[in-house]
Ligand binder design. Structure first.
Ligand SMILES: *[C@@H]1O[C@H](CO)[C@@H](O)[C@H](O)[C@H]1NC(C)=O
Length: 358
């Protein structure tokens, strides 16, 4: 009896799974499977820069990066997991691996294209990073692979349901202020911010999604975040780059005011069905700054950059920053929680949790 009951329950379960799952060769996906695609800079890079020709300023594949969770340096600029790792966990996805890892096979769960040092402008840290447009061209290759694996209809459905996260912009202000300041200062504050936010960053992105017909098919769930307060980064406190840095700080503040307005405009006028989350990275972080780690301000973590000496804090959990510009795992986790389930003050209309349920 018991065996028979078990048997029939088992059959019912199988039938349900058959209805809710679609298989393509060995790849079976639940109907409501939501993939996560990640683009941007060092806040989101999970190791893509390990696979490009660059230098140690743009890489974190040295100890003590990774010491807390992975126990080896993965290429994340942190002692452990970073925001996209936590978002994947909350969304019940596996960790999303770097697209450039030759072992990448995670087609249906998503991909991470982010590259430390990258900005929205192609000229930002040119030659050392994967810029946003190239990240999008890699994404285009992935779309091709998905179509071959899943067929056109299901690939489009997957891309349409997916959530797309972006962390972009900070390097467009910091890098030229440090290395190309006369060019940087030749623009007015407003024109430069418009160039980063509007023309280059969002519009290229949207144009891309339209051209690829992803948007038409539902690809419209975007997650953005404000830029971190540059004036409070440890690196900024330790070194004074002069007028261009002051100007970068002012432009970042303006960027954080302009970006939400452009998003509202896109949602209202230009893109039907465009939905976004806009995480506010500024609040929350500034309240909790801890500054008692002596060498924190110098870009020397791991001892492979120009300054060889660095001092490691006993417990990174107690600090917001792990190196001179990048948050610790604890700070990443707090930011991820805010992004995932924060209230509209912190996330705009949708938080990511709501976006994954749409
Ligand atoms: C400064 O940046 C601009 C735009 O990316 C670039 O065209 C120019 O060559 C750069 N100049 C220097 C000296 O790097």
């Amino acid at each position: 009896m018991a065996g028979l009951r078990f048997h029939s329950r088992f059959l019912v379960l199988c039938a349900i799974l058959l209805i809710l799952t679609r298989c393509h060769g060995q790849l079976c996906l639940p109907e409501k499977h939501i993939a996560l695609f990640v683009f941007g800079d060092s806040l989101y890079d999970v190791g893509n820069n390990n696979y490009i020709n660059t230098n140690s300023d743009y890489r974190s594949n040295v100890w003590p990066y990774g010491e807390t969770t992975f126990k080896y340096p993965t290429g994340r600029f942190s002692d452990g997991r970073i925001i996209p790792d936590f978002i994947a966990e909350y969304a019940k996805l596996p960790l999303i691996s770097p697209y450039l890892n030759p072992a990448y096979r995670q087609y249906a769960d998503g991909a991470n294209f982010a590259s430390a040092g990258a900005g929205a402008l192609v000229g930002t840290n040119r030659g050392f990073v994967v810029d946003l447009q190239t990240q999008l061209s890699y994404f285009k290759n992935l779309i091709g692979m998905l179509r071959r694996k899943l067929g056109d209809t299901d690939a489009r459905a997957l891309l349409g349901r997916a959530v797309y996260l972006f962390s972009t912009g900070i390097n467009d202000y910091l890098a030229p202020a440090a290395t190309n300041s006369s060019w940087f200062l030749s623009y007015s504050q407003e024109d430069y911010v418009d160039m980063v936010v509007d023309a280059r960053y969002l519009l290229i992105l949207i144009a891309y999604f339209r051209a690829k017909e992803i948007h038409k098919n539902g690809g419209r769930k975007f997650g953005f975040q404000s830029l971190p307060p540059v004036g409070s980064l440890p690196s900024r406190r330790a070194v004074n780059h002069g007028a261009a840095t002051e100007e970068a700080i002012a432009r970042v503040i303006l960027h954080n005011k302009v970006l939400p307005k452009v998003l509202v405009k896109l949602e209202r006028k230009q893109l039907k069905g465009f939905r976004y989350s806009m995480a506010n990275m500024v609040q929350g972080r500034e309240d909790r700054m801890l500054w008692n780690c002596p060498y924190r301000g110098i870009n020397s973590c791991g001892g492979r950059r120009s300054v060889k000496e660095y001092e490691l804090c006993d417990d990174p959990k107690e600090y917001v920053f792990f190196d001179s510009a990048h948050p610790s795992q604890t700070a990443h986790e707090q930011l991820a929680k805010l992004t995932w389930s924060g209230t509209p003050i912190h996330t705009g209309t949708y938080n990511l949790k709501a976006m994954f349920q749409l």
